[in-house]
Design a protein around this ligand. Sequence first.
Ligand SMILES: Nc1ncnc2c1ncn2[C@@H]1O[C@H](COP(=O)(O)OP(=O)(O)OP(=O)(O)O)[C@@H](O)[C@H]1O
Ligand SMILES: [Mg+2]
Length: 516
Amino acid sequence: MVAKTYSAIPQATSSTLIEVEVNISSSEEGNIIIVGLPDTAAKEARDRVKPALYNSSLCQQKQIGLITVNLAPADIRKEGSSFDLAIAIAILGAFGQIPLSILEEYLFAGELALDGTIRPIRASLSLAFCAKNSNKKGIFLPEENAPEGALVSGIEVFPVKHLSQLVAHLQSPENSPLPTININPEELLNSKLENTSDFAEVKGQESAKRALEIAAAGGHNIILVGPPGTGKSMLAKRLPSILPPLTLTEALEVTQIHSMMGLLKPGHPLITQRPFRAPHHSASPVGLIGGGSNPVPGEITLAHHGVLFLDELPEFSRIALETMRQPLEEGWISISRASASVTFPAQFMLIAAMNPTPDGNMIHESKSSRQQIQRYLGKISGPLLDRIDLHIEVPKVSFKEMTSLKPTGESSAQIRERVILARQKQSLRFEKLGITCNARMQSREMRKFCNLNQECLTLLNMAMQDMHLSARAYDKIRKVARTIADLDNSDEIQPPHLLEACQYRNLDRQVWSYSY
Ligand SMILES: Nc1ncnc2c1ncn2[C@@H]1O[C@H](COP(=O)(O)OP(=O)(O)OP(=O)(O)O)[C@@H](O)[C@H]1O
Ligand SMILES: [Mg+2]
């Protein structure tokens, strides 16, 4: 007899539905063959499923015969151990132990231990979305992963501990009902912010804090340049504390990615805070961008809807930095391999930090030769710098400021309130355009929303000549000025907004001009 169950290939964004067909033919051997492009872990299901069935007293050795398992569609690679449960249930369906009609209505996902216990898997949230999109009634998931699946509304999610418990339920849902689990993601999202580091702890550096506020308000990429020990890393790590909260759609997207990579903390089925990823500069291009023979997401995808912090920017591999140019522009990365081509989301805010010279000092105080400075700065290409809207200098803090006992300025919560208001203005502005913040404006939107009056145009012309700014700085200044105007609750860009935006190009002349 042939029986069919459903499972799905765990993927970072949208999982693909898989049909698990089982045929049993009589044979002395007692063997399971799995076809349909399984990888090693999926193929080894045969060595887990057989003992799990025996040890749960669900079938006997002599019953087995020759079992053929077909994972369809056959042209997509099936990775991992999460198909075990669907295979075991389909085998029991083929034996006639479970009514076939009920198997049509659900998805099954879980790894089997040899005694029939169901072990946790990855990407349960994405699997539950697949169940919903395939119009299934619900999904059976390992107990540990079920809360994640329960974030998807409109389907039944059953946590399962042991194979025999699931079989009893499928044989007679009335007599052995498995409880479903319900979770309201909105409630989780509104729960209190975890304790994060606060901007109030940073002494001085008022202009750097202001630049970070603008970056957060408009979703702009930012680079901090300064000598060692001035608080660049300290400032960057506090950026998440002033970012606007995740929307539910964003939180679910972030959770799917982190769940796929096995990064969810136990007891926290939904990621409620924007990710902050700070890979070390020794990270490989694949680690940073994503890839591998079976492509997996890299740091830029783990930072989706959050922050990617690249400390000591010139120390990163040039290839990795250059490959980041496309995702910085587009908000996604496409990886092509012989086995598959996948696209991962990568809408992140980049914050980079670096010293201005190899010895750390500002250029006019540096002991390095001009060539050494050129070589050091040359590691960061012009096109990459072009994708960073705000460039700021983080100078040394005076001894007086460091040792002062007086309060150190605003808290993160105060700054965040202004950021949220500015983002609300942007949400209204871009409502029908599919973008979320000023940084994501393309030239069409800029023509519409970043118009400059005559006074501003004259000022900008003068500033650009004075500061020797290139044409490419022109768009950046207008974008940043738009955000400054939003923080000021002004519909029009006014001269003070524009002048402040020009300041964030100071390094064009002071530092970057040395790199060529
Ligand atoms: N403005 C500041 N306010 C309070 N503490 C500071 C400030 N600047 C530096 N510190 C102290 O100095 C330490 C080092 O700062 P941080 O690591 O942020 O410097 P950095 O600019 O990143 O240096 P490097 O270029 O060497 O990476 C911090 O952990 C903090 O204790
Ligand atoms: Mg540092």
